[in-house]
Design a protein. Structure first.
Length: 231
């Protein structure tokens, strides 16, 4: 069977055929590039690790991440977070806190800069299946409370746990469920019961719940429900 690469018109890639005649996964040929692959089953190529150098940057991908790439591409709008120089530290923290989270790729500065060669330029990651991008852009990149990440929490235990982890080591609690983490990014840690109480059909109960919320820093779901119920 042939073992020469067959041309792929996109991105100067090629495919190699396997001994049984099946085409393997595409192998990118941007120079210079390197990859580690292993064959599984009847010669289906799957990548454990991919390092790719082009345009003076290096991209590191942990794959099987690529297996869900087609699903991720259906997300048309992606939140892009700009940090001074703490992108990697922040992404590692966030992906350690939330379930169903992972780092998809890391891109590093090359000879062209503007950051130090080898330092992280940008990262792509997922939190609870939601795709994000992050950048080390320098001191002009700062966050304000006008932009926050809203986390819907099913239980008070989840609220307590996320609040503790995101305010640790320099984070700051704010009013009404808002907090700022140690990187300056604002979050809203919200029990699901909040909108059911402050937006409830009982106008008097909703008013009581609203008054209770306005006195809180970390939101207390059971207390909001008691206020709504008039207990």
């Amino acid at each position: 069977m042939p073992d020469e690469p067959t041309a792929c018109p996109a991105f100067d890639c090629h495919r190699r055929t396997t001994p049984d005649g099946a085409a393997s996964s595409p192998l990118c040929r941007f120079p210079p590039a390197s990859f580690d692959a292993w064959m599984e089953g009847a010669g289906v190529a799957r990548f454990r690790r991919f390092r790719h150098t082009s345009f003076d940057t290096r991209v590191e991908r942990d794959i099987p991440a690529l297996r869900s790439e087609s699903t991720a591409m259906t997300q048309k709008i992606t939140t892009f977070l700009g940090f001074n120089d703490q992108c990697e530290e922040a992404v590692k923290l966030y992906t350690s806190i939330f379930k169903n989270s992972r780092i998809v790729s890391t891109q590093r500065y090359g000879d062209a800069g503007p950051g130090p060669k080898g330092s992280v330029m940008s990262m792509e990651f997922e939190l609870e299946g939601q795709r994000f991008m992050a950048l080390n852009g320098g001191p002009s990149f700062t966050f304000t409370v006008g932009m926050s990440l809203f986390v819907d929490c099913a239980t008070q235990h989840e609220v307590d746990e996320l609040w503790e982890k995101l305010t640790a080591n320099g984070g700051k609690p704010g009013p009404c469920g808002w907090l700022t983490d140690r990187f300056g990014l604002s979050w809203q840690i919200v029990p699901s019961v909040l909108l059911k109480t402050v937006g409830g059909k009982d106008a008097a109960g909703a008013a009581r719940a609203m008054q209770a919320m306005l006195k809180m820093s970390k939101l207390d779901g059971p207390a909001l429900q008691r206020a709504y119920d008039g207990r």
